[in-house]
Write a protein that binds this ligand. Structure first.
Ligand SMILES: [Zn+2]
Ligand SMILES: [Zn+2]
Length: 414
């Protein structure tokens, strides 16, 4: 599958007149837009799960928490929201989304439609769609519960080590907002709730498909195999799709404030992570973008669970806190640099090499950083060097004294 490396494709902006430089943080002037975005998020949740469903009620509470947390963390300034300052963006946002769709998205959607038409045309066959729906709902809640337990273990570890979290963040550009007096309990809970709310919103499209589409026992094996093939094809273009979508998330004011900003508003920890998505951002990416929700629920469950867990692990840019990255892992991808200052890299920035360990992953994803490098990113940069230094210092603190002792005793013998 051909992946473009033309900067004109990745860095094109159509209509906006309001933004002069890319956005990475919220300001108090965003309060009205942020509140509108949270109301829209609550609506999307209610329309997906049903307005009285327990997931919706949890979602509404989290949306309310986010508005209060915004006022405490950033302050409040009342100005005309970007929706009115630059209404054309509301049109362009759909143009961007439609133009970035990849053929593999339509293949996944087509397979789902085909299966549903086949079931509809053959009502006499033992499809047992209700069993599959029931099983799919169990898998859905298993994903919600499993990921939430994992996130909660991480929450407890962050709370227990909150002074170390503060100390580390104060050695990074986060020192602009994390200071001696900053309430770290609020920052950590804000990150945790960001992750939970992003998770609830992201799964909305999948829940709707489980509820309203049919899946047949008879087609389970062939459809699942086709879905896995489709997903491997998707992995060839995911980074290119993501780069473009993510670049817009920072360079279009409306897309930053309404879609991507929530992913950067919380501290750079695994607590926030749900496959790289903000609140509404996840919902629209998994409606007009990613193929995941269209897969057979068994396959969708596998990819949703592994991708979210993987993304949590890879977003733990505060070293020494659960989930701890395996030794050396921080050196093989640079999304950390994106969260710690400079905007580049916009892609996933994996640099996993050509070894056997990740041989099954297409090169476009395994060595995704190649796209960023072609578009101007420098692998060796001061932010990355500082991140590696922080990992050396905090990732295995017990190892350090031993190494220092060994170094001392060697020095003594010299
Ligand atoms: Zn970003
Ligand atoms: Zn991220």
């Amino acid at each position: 599958m051909k992946v473009s490396t033309d900067p004109g494709f990745y860095h094109k902006i159509y209509g906006t007149k309001t933004q002069r430089k890319p956005r990475t943080v919220y300001y108090k002037k965003d309060f009205i837009d942020y509140t509108v975005m949270m109301v829209l998020t609550a609506l999307v949740i209610g329309m997906s799960y049903g307005f009285r469903h327990f997931m919706s009620i949890a979602g509404y509470a989290l949306c309310a928490f986010m508005v209060v947390a915004f006022a405490i963390r950033h302050g409040v300034e009342i100005i005309v929201p970007v929706l009115f300052r630059d209404p054309a963006e509301l049109f362009w946002v759909w143009v961007y989304k439609l133009r970035n769709l990849r053929p593999v998205y339509f293949v996944a959607l087509g397979l789902l439609v085909l299966e549903n038409v086949a079931i509809w045309l053959t009502p006499g066959l033992p499809h047992h769609s209700d069993w599959i729906r029931q099983g799919a709902l169990y898998l859905f809640y298993l994903n919600v519960a499993g990921i939430t337990v994992y996130r909660t273990i991480s929450l407890v570890d962050h709370l227990m080590k909150r002074e170390m979290v503060r100390e580390i963040l104060m050695q990074t550009p986060w020192r602009r907002s994390v200071k001696e007096k900053t309430n770290m309990v609020l920052e950590i809970f804000h990150a945790y709730f960001t992750g939970i709310l992003s998770h609830i919103v992201l799964l909305g499209p999948w829940y709707l498909i489980i509820k309203y589409c049919n899946f047949s026992v008879l087609f389970l094996v062939p459809v699942s195999v086709l879905n896995v093939i489709v997903h491997l094809k998707w992995l060839q273009v995911t980074n290119s799709w993501f780069y473009r979508n993510h670049w817009l998330g920072h360079n279009s004011e409306l897309q930053f404030v309404y879609f991507h900003g929530t992913h950067h508003d919380a501290i750079p920890s695994g607590l926030i992570a749900v496959s790289e998505n903000g609140f509404l951002e996840g919902y629209f990416r998994h409606t007009i973008g990613w193929p995941n929700p269209f897969y057979h629920p068994l396959v969708a469950f596998w990819y949703y669970t592994t991708e979210i867990k993987f993304d949590m692990d890879l977003h733990q840019y505060i070293p020494g806190v659960f989930p701890k990255l395996p030794e050396g892992s921080i050196e093989r991808h640079q999304h950390s640099t994106h969260h710690y200052g400079p905007l580049e890299p916009y892609g996933f920035a994996f640099n996993l090499g050509d070894g056997d360990d990740f041989g099954w992953i297409p090169d476009e994803m395994r060595n995704a950083v190649k796209l960023d490098l072609k578009l101007g990113f420098k692998w060796d940069n001061p932010t990355f060097r500082r991140t590696k230094m922080l990992y050396e210092k905090y990732h295995n603190p017990k190892k350090q004294p031993k190494e220092q002792e060994a170094a001392k005793s060697t020095a003594g013998h010299d």
